[in-house]
Design a protein around this ligand. Structure first.
Ligand code: 5RP
Length: 230
């Protein structure tokens, strides 16, 4: 296992300690969240009683394999805890997410959650968001015009393409534009600007949503509390 995989595992194992009997749990997507779902499955097999909502088809398949009981927003309104990964984490625990393309469902789940925990390895904390291209989910119709509007906000923009040369499609069959801003000093304002562009469905800036970050660092974890709720 690489050092970073070991850090992801450590962070994920720590996050499982936040899950208690009777909770409704949001299951994030990506490789770090995967470690969390594995560890949660282990606890369920030991007798932990929970129900969970996954944020992607891949996570759903893994949760079923792990024997984690699933539910949906037709059954429950709120989640107690969600654990998810991130592509970048700034000092205020604002995030870039969506590297795997699940940002819309991840944000729906995050906003329905009382406690949002982000798990990551030591490469993810940054001083300022933006080196990682910001994923923006857009309606396929007219995506070229949306891309031009985003370029005017000072970003290079690329349509996400799969290995087979076709555009990547989200669970909602939308496209993803990867937007290289280099630096995002004011994620709140940028989020507002992006949402104003007709054709943008959602963007990967998660601002003021994180309660706790658990970062794997070598053979231990750093736990950082966010400003949400203060
Ligand atoms: C998927 C995500 C992931 O949480 C993010 O890309 C981090 O993934 P990983 O844990 O594999 O680095 O937002 O849409």
């Amino acid at each position: 296992m690489s050092d970073f995989e070991a850090e992801k595992t450590l962070a994920a194992l720590k996050s499982v300690e936040y899950i208690e009997d009777g909770m409704a749990v949001g299951l994030g997507s990506g490789s770090t969240a995967r470690h969390f779902v594995h560890a949660l499955g282990e606890r369920v097999r030991q007798g932990l009683v929970i129900k969970a909502i996954p944020t992607s088809k891949k996570t759903k398949a893994l949760a079923i394999k792990e024997g984690i009981p699933l539910t949906d927003f037709g059954d429950i309104k709120r989640l107690d805890v969600t654990v998810d990964g991130a592509d970048e984490i700034d000092p205020n625990l604002n995030l870039i997410k969506g590297g795997g393309g699940a940002l819309l469902r991840e944000k729906i789940v995050a906003t329905a959650t009382d406690c949002f925990i982000v798990v990551a390895d030591s490469r993810k904390p940054v001083a300022t968001l933006g080196a990682f291209p910001l994923p923006v989910e857009v309606i396929p119709f007219g995506w070229q015009n949306v891309a031009e509007s985003i370029k005017k906000l000072n970003s290079a923009v690329e349509l996400r393409i799969k290995e087979n040369g076709r555009p990547f499609r989200t669970s909602q069959r939308n496209f993803v534009l990867d937007c290289r801003f280099e630096e995002i000093p004011d994620p709140v304002s940028l989020g507002i600007e992006l949402r104003r562009i007709i054709g943008v469905v959602e963007h990967g800036l998660f601002v003021g949503m994180t309660d706790t970050a658990i970062i794997g660092k070598n053979d231990s974890v750093e736990i950082i509390s966010g400003i949400r709720g203060r």
